[in-house]
Design a protein around this ligand. Structure first.
Ligand code: SAM
Length: 202
């Protein structure tokens, strides 16, 4: 249950030892976690530490389950919240391949819906890519244990297509201070344009 690293064509990539779920490459028995296919991988490649081993994780914006599947290879439990029916159905399929991945079909702006099943998580990871990204993170703060780690992917264009991305990252980080101690913001280029991850602690 660890995130390892593999060398391919002169580059280092994160990798996990779970069952393959899409067309990802498998190198030396490990699933290559490509930074252009997952913002969490891009963050890891850029030196961000995401302590997944044995962690309980609340994952907001689970999508079709690609990144949640990697998280579930390393973590103790991953609760992946997704509200759109089509990705949610693919997330459910991926969860069928992982004992530690629990899909939650709900709106992350209404966390009371899943309050009965999620509590005291070590890691909150959010990738909702919609307007109001900071509000979602603040609303979900009560689920994070004291000292828990928080990673909020900010898609600047989801907040305002005309604004400078840095301005939006700063706005999100400022608003997150209502519930967290913000540590730093890491830009995810060159893997993702106009995306950054705000790193904080509860
Ligand atoms: C960028 S995609 C997620 C990709 C996924 N994190 C991955 O790396 O595999 C963003 C997802 O967040 C979902 N989403 C957006 N707002 C949401 C909300 N309020 N509650 C739950 N899911 C939401 C969208 O439906 C979409 O599937």
């Amino acid at each position: 249950m660890t995130v390892g690293w593999v060398d391919v064509d002169g580059e280092r990539y994160p990798a996990t030892d779970g069952e393959k779920v899409r067309d990802e490459r498998v190198v030396d028995g490990l699933r290559l976690w490509h930074p252009r296919r997952s913002k969490a991988s891009a963050a890891l490649v850029k030196g961000v530490d995401i302590p997944l081993e044995d962690a309980r994780v609340l994952y907001l914006g689970g999508g079709a389950g690609t990144t949640p599947s990697y998280f579930a290879d390393a973590a103790r439990a991953v609760y992946a919240v997704e509200f759109a029916p089509s990705p949610a159905s693919r997330l459910v399929d991926v969860a069928g391949t992982r004992d530690r991945l629990f899909p939650v079909f709900a709106d992350a702006r209404k966390p009371s819906v899943y309050a009965g099943i999620v509590e005291g998580v070590d890691v909150l990871y959010q990738d909702v890519a919609t307007r109001g990204q900071a509000d979602v993170a603040v609303k979900n703060a009560p689920f994070v244990r004291d000292g828990g780690r928080v990673y909020v992917v900010v898609k600047a264009r989801s907040e305002d297509v005309t604004a400078e991305p840095e301005e939006k990252y700063e706005e999100v980080a400022d608003r997150m201070e209502d519930a967290y101690d913000v540590d730093r913001t890491v830009d995810l280029s060159p893997f993702y344009d106009d995306h950054a991850v705000v790193i904080a602690r509860r």
